[in-house]
Design a protein around this ligand. Structure first.
Ligand code: ZN
Length: 143
């Protein structure tokens, strides 16, 4: 799965931990670990491969919007930790995403990517998932 859904699920982990415990340190630690582990399961949802030109619009931009929402709402660190931990398996295996753009120079590894997607999204569903990811993060502020 692309990054924005991992971001949304990771932030869900940190934000819900905070809503349940009202403890920031627990939210960074427990929520962060849950966010990290969530990546493996979210990757059972397979994305449709978008063109590199569409990746900015449907993956990078939603992540920027989500972090801005976190900043404006006063939850920036919970959003940043959730987002980072939710994407950490890809950050490691895709070498800070360099393997997407320079696969020969920075070949991807599969330490955390042994699963085969169970549900394969269409291109339209993949794009909608980015939008839904933003909506989930907005919703989390008001829970
Ligand atoms: Zn992944």
């Amino acid at each position: 799965m692309y990054s924005a859904p991992h971001t949304a699920v990771g932030i869900t982990c940190t934000m819900l931990t905070y809503k349940l415990t009202n403890n920031l340190n627990a939210s960074y630690l427990v929520g962060g670990i849950a966010a990290f582990m969530s990546h493996y399961f979210v990757d059972y949802l397979g994305e449709a491969g978008l063109k590199k030109s569409e990746l900015f619009k449907f993956d990078v931009l939603p992540n920027i919007v989500i972090l801005l929402i976190g900043f404006v709402s006063g939850n920036f660190w919970l959003f940043l930790v959730g987002s980072t931990m939710g994407n950490l398996m890809d950050i490691i295996d895709k070498k800070f995403y360099l393997s997407i753009f320079y696969p020969k120079k920075y070949p991807a590894t599969y330490f955390f990517h042994t699963q085969t997607p169970i549900i394969k999204f269409t291109e339209k569903q993949t794009k909608i998932a980015a939008f839904v990811s933003i909506l989930i993060c907005i919703t989390l502020i008001f829970i």
